[in-house]
Design a protein around this ligand. Structure first.
Ligand code: BG6
Length: 487
C-alpha cells in the first residue's frame, strides 16, 4: 500500500461517522500500513478538533480503546472547510501542506460521500486539479503519482442520469481510476459466492436451467426509514436496494465463470449477465409501503418529512429473467423490504424435483425440492435441504439439512467498508462497480421506476410484505423448513 492522502468529501455526515472512520482506523493500523493522512472536507463550521472528536466517538462506539482512538485521530485527521463543493482551494491548501510536511509523493484518494447534486461540480473541480499533475491519463504513467476517485451510491437515479454522470466522470477520470461503491460487494459472504460457485465443481455442474427451477434472493430488514425522509422519500426501495445491492447478488449468482479472478474478468461477466437480463415488465413487480402495526404506531406516511400522499415504496419484489443458454426459463425473484419481521439476507437456489416419483406412499409424498440457502447475514453460512428415508417399514420420507456456519469455523468478519477502503488504497477494483454495469442495472428497471400504473400496496409493519407479492414468491424458502416428516 503506497502512502497517500485520503480526501473525504462529506466528512461531517453519518456515513463517515458510522462506517468510514472505523474502517479507515482498521485499514491504517494494520501491520505494514503507511501512516494515515486523512483530510475531511465539509461545508459546516468545523475544525480539526471537532472532526477528531467525532471520529473518536465513532471509534469508541466500535470498541476501540479511547486513548488509541485519540492518538490515531490527532495524527490522521485534518479538516478543510469549503463554501461550495466546486471551490476546492481550501482543500488543496491543506492537502499540499500535509504532503510537504510528511514527505508524501502526491498519491491521493478522493472519496465522495456527497449528495448527488454535488457530484458534477466536485468531480469537475478535482479533474481540473489533477490534469496538470498527469495523474488522469488513459494509460498508467509510472513516473507520476496516482489519484483515485471513489463514488458512493446513488450512482444516478435512472439510466439517463447514470449515463450523464458517467460522461462527466470520464471527461476527467478514466474508468481505471474510478471506484463506484456498492458496499454489499465488500461483504465477506458475498465474495464467498464466487468461491462457493467456482471452487466447488459439484454445485457448478448443477447451476443451470437443467437442475435449477428458480432462485429467490431476499434481503429483509427490520429497520424503517424514520429520520431519513430527506433521502428516502421519492427514492424508494427499487432505487435504494434493488437496482444496486440485490442486483449485485443476482449477477454474482447468475454470471458465467470468469476467465480470470480479477477486476476485468469478474466485471466483464457481471456486465454480460446483466445485458442478457430482460427489462422488467410492470407485471413482474410488486411494490409495497409499510403501514402501522401492533408494535409500530407510525406507518411510513406518518414519518416526519414524508408527504401524506407519497407513493414511495418500502418493499419491492421483482422477477428477473435471463435470456441465456444457462438460465432461459428460470425466474430470479428479488425481494426486499423495511420493517419486516426478521433481519435476513439469503439466496435460495431451488432445484428441480426428480423427474420420476418413486416413493408414492399415503398422503403428500412427492419428494421435496432440494433447496440450497446461502445465508449472507446474520448467521452466515449455507444450508442444503435433502430428503432421507424415515426409519421403519415402507419408504417414508423426511426432509433434513446439511449445514455450515461461518462463525463456528472462522469467527468474526471484517466490515465491508474496511475491505473496500483497503482495496482502494491498493488499487484493486475487483469489488467495485464498473460504469457500464451501473448503466445496465438501471436499464433492467427502466420500465418500472416511477411508473404511475404500478400499485403501491400497504402492508402491516413486521409482516413479510403485501399479500400481492405471494404469487411471485412461490417457494418462499425463508422460514425454517427442515426436519419435517412429510410422508
Ligand atoms: C444502504 C441503504 O445502501 O444499505 C439502506 O441505503 C439499507 O436503506 C442498507 O438499510 C442495508 O445495508 P446492510 O449492510 O445493513 O445490509
Amino acid at each position: 500500500m503506497d502512502p497517500h492522502v485520503f480526501v473525504l468529501f462529506g466528512a461531517t455526515g453519518d456515513l463517515a461517522a458510522v462506517k468510514l472512520f472505523p474502517a479507515l482506523y482498521r485499514v491504517t493500523t494494520r501491520e505494514g500500513a503507511p501512516e494515515p493522512t486523512v483530510v475531511g472536507v465539509g461545508r459546516s463550521d468545523w475544525d480539526d478538533a471537532r472532526l477528531q472528536d467525532t471520529a473518536v466517538d465513532a471509534l469508541v462506539a466500535k470498541d476501540v480503546d479511547e486513548s488509541d482512538a485519540r492518538a490515531w485521530a490527532e495524527k490522521a485527521l485534518r479538516f478543510a472547510r469549503v463554501s461550495a463543493y466546486d471551490e476546492l482551494g481550501p482543500v488543496f491548501e491543506v492537502v499540499e501542506a500535509l504532503e510537504d510536511e510528511r514527505g508524501l509523493d502526491g498519491n491521493r484518494v478522493y472519496y465522495l460521500a456527497l449528495p448527488p447534486s454535488a457530484f458534477e461540480g466536485t468531480i469537475t473541480a478535482l479533474g481540473e486539479r489533477e490534469k496538470p499533475r498527469g495523474t488522469t491519463t488513459e494509460d498508467v504513467d509510472e513516473s507520476k503519482p496516482w489519484a483515485r476517485l471513489v463514488i458512493e451510491k446513488p450512482f444516478g437515479h435512472d439510466l439517463e442520469s447514470a449515463q450523464e454522470l458517467n460522461e462527466i466522470v470520464h471527461e476527467h477520470f478514466p474508468e481505471r481510476l474510478v471506484y463506484r461503491i456498492d458496499h454489499y460487494l465488500g461483504k465477506e459472504t458475498v465474495q464467498n459466492l464466487l468461491v462457493f460457485r467456482f471452487a466447488n465443481a459439484f454445485f457448478e455442474s448443477a447451476w443451470s436451467r437443467r437442475d435449477v427451477e428458480r432462485v429467490e434472493i431476499t434481503v429483509s430488514e427490520t429497520n424503517d426509514t424514520a429520520g431519513r425522509a430527506g433521502y428516502f422519500d421519492g427514492v424508494g426501495t427499487l432505487r435504494d436496494m434493488i437496482q444496486n445491492h440485490l442486483t449485485q447478488l443476482f449477477s454474482l449468482t447468475a454470471m458465467e465463470p470468469p476467465a480470470r479472478l480479477d477486476a476485468e474478468g469478474i466485471r466483464r461477466e457481471k456486465i454480460k449477465v446483466l445485458r442478457s437480463t430482460r427489462t422488467v415488465k410492470p407485471s413482474e413487480v410488486v411494490l409495497g409501503q409499510y403501514a402501522s402495526g401492533p408494535d409500530d404506531p407510525e406507518g411510513y406516511l406518518d414519518h416526519e418529512g414524508v408527504d401524506a400522499s407519497s407513493r414511495t415504496e418500502t418493499f419491492a419484489a421483482v422477477e428477473l429473467n435471463v435470456d441465456s443458454w444457462r438460465w432461459q426459463g428460470v425466474p430470479f425473484i428479488l425481494r426486499t423490504g423495511k420493517r419486516m419481521p426478521q433481519r435476513l439476507s439469503e439466496i435460495a437456489v431451488v432445484f428441480r424435483r426428480p423427474p420420476v416419483t418413486l416413493f408414492q406412499n399415503e398422503g403428500d409424498c412427492d419428494p421435496a425440492r432440494n433447496v440450497l440457502r446461502l445465508r449472507l447475514q446474520p448467521d452466515e453460512g449455507f444450508r442444503l435441504s435433502f430428503d432421507v428415508k424415515t426409519p421403519g417399514s415402507g419408504f417414508g420420507v423426511t426432509t433434513r439439512d446439511l449445514e455450515f456456519r461461518y462463525q463456528d469455523t472462522f469467527g468474526a468478519f471484517p466490515d465491508a467498508y474496511e475491505t473496500l477502503l483497503r482495496d482502494v488504497a491498493e488499487g484493486d477494483a475487483t469489488l467495485f462497480v464498473h460504469g457500464e454495469e451501473a448503466e445496465e442495472a438501471w436499464r433492467v428497471y427502466a420500465d418500472v421506476l416511477d411508473n404511475p400504473d404500478l400499485e403501491v400496496h400497504p402492508y402491516e409493519s413486521r409482516t413479510w410484505g403485501p399479500e400481492a407479492a405471494a404469487e411471485l414468491i412461490q417457494a418462499a424458502p425463508i422460514e425454517e423448513v427442515g426436519d419435517e416428516e412429510r410422508c
